[in-house]
Design a protein around this ligand. Structure first.
Ligand SMILES: NC(=O)C[C@H](N)C(=O)O
Length: 326
């Protein structure tokens, strides 16, 4: 019997960039096939098929592209001879694509995202080793059913918990509070923990006009009012601590809710849930009473993607709130 293959889908990012002496900066330059060719030990793992999906820096990635990619990956995984998929991506929005894929892909087969912090022309590029580890993980039977995984710097993280924590260091991806669920050693892929409650939303579209506002001490409702005037479809607030906000934002929230624009609350803190604990003006309890939807433990950028998917299904705040229970 022929061995099942891993499909490597390249989307861009530093992993596929080189220094351009004319632009005097690092720019997209390397194809998916070149990325794989640069890692000869891949041939000892399994057959590889390369698919170049895009070659964009990840700040150019959009929710629509992520969603379309998720559907494509699901189709690929439905093929019997495919063991798993590896996606090479830029690190800047990697956690967002990973989370979108996590929510949308229905297959249980492994999907691993990987990237690099150093481009291929730098000393000690991290891309080739990361690709090797990601393919090993995607080919590992133990990786199935754990949701979308992020494989970098020999660590394996879940899409739900991972975030980029450093702008330059190769040990940039971390899952604050929870840590990695496994790692890639020389000879094997080792899982130490099981992620519970990987959420799958059976939703076939997304509503993109959803905005994220980061809050800070003393801010008012200027931005939220502008968004309401513009008629956006949803607003995510990145609040403070347990899910509290400065009181000056409240009139804007009331206005949004009065116009049936769902307002979802997250926290700028990197661990823990938002909860209706504080009863003071702008505290989580007050916000919930106003009709604000609490997003649980996910970050603002991930809640924004989830609200885009939720809005494709319903505009009812109660139903949206249920989708945010994870
Ligand atoms: N390390 C990286 O990949 C960063 C790059 N700016 C990107 O996200 O495309």
């Amino acid at each position: 019997m022929t061995k099942a293959k891993v499909v490597v889908i390249s989307t861009g990012g530093t992993i596929a960039m080189r220094y351009d002496p004319v632009k005097q900066g690092i720019v997209p330059a390397v194809t998916g096939a070149e990325l794989v060719e640069a890692v000869p030990p891949l041939k000892d793992i399994c057959p590889i098929e390369v698919m170049e999906y895009s070659n964009i820096p990840s700040p150019h990635m959009t929710p629509k592209i992520m969603f379309t990619l998720a559907k494509r990956v699901d189709d690929i995984l439905a093929q019997e001879d495919v063991a798993g998929v590896v996606i090479t991506h830029g690190t800047d929005t990697l956690e967002e694509t990973a989370y979108m894929l996590d929510l949308v892909i229905t297959s249980n087969k492994p999907v691993c995202l990987t990237a690099a912090m150093r481009s291929s022309a730098e000393i000690s590029p991290d891309g080739p080793k990361n690709i090797l580890d990601a393919v090993k993980t995607a080919y590992s039977k133990d990786a199935a059913g754990k949701g979308v995984l992020i494989v970098l710097n020999e660590e394996i993280h879940t899409a739900r918990d991972v975030t980029k924590t450093h702008s330059a260091n190769i040990k940039t991806f971390a899952s604050p509070f929870w840590g990695p669920i496994g790692y890639v050693d020389n000879d094997q892929v080792i899982f130490k923990r099981l992620p519970l409650g990987v959420q799958k939303l059976n939703i076939n579209d997304l509503v993109e006009d959803v905005h994220l506002i980061k809050l800070a001490s003393g801010v008012d409702d200027t931005i939220i009012k502008l968004l309401v005037e513009k008629g956006v479809k949803g607003i995510v607030l990145e609040g403070l601590g347990r899910g509290n906000i400065p009181p000056g934002v409240i009139p804007g929230i009331k206005l949004a809710i009065a116009k049936n624009i769902p307002v979802v609350l997250t926290t700028r803190v990197h661990g823990g849930r938002v909860l209706d604990v504080y009863g003071y003006e702008g505290g989580g309890k007050h916000l919930k009473e106003l009709g604000v939807i609490l997003a649980g433990e996910i970050s603002g950028q991930k809640a924004r993607l989830k609200l885009m998917l939720a809005l494709a299904q319903t505009n009812d705040p109660k139903e949206i709130a249920e989708i945010f229970v994870d």
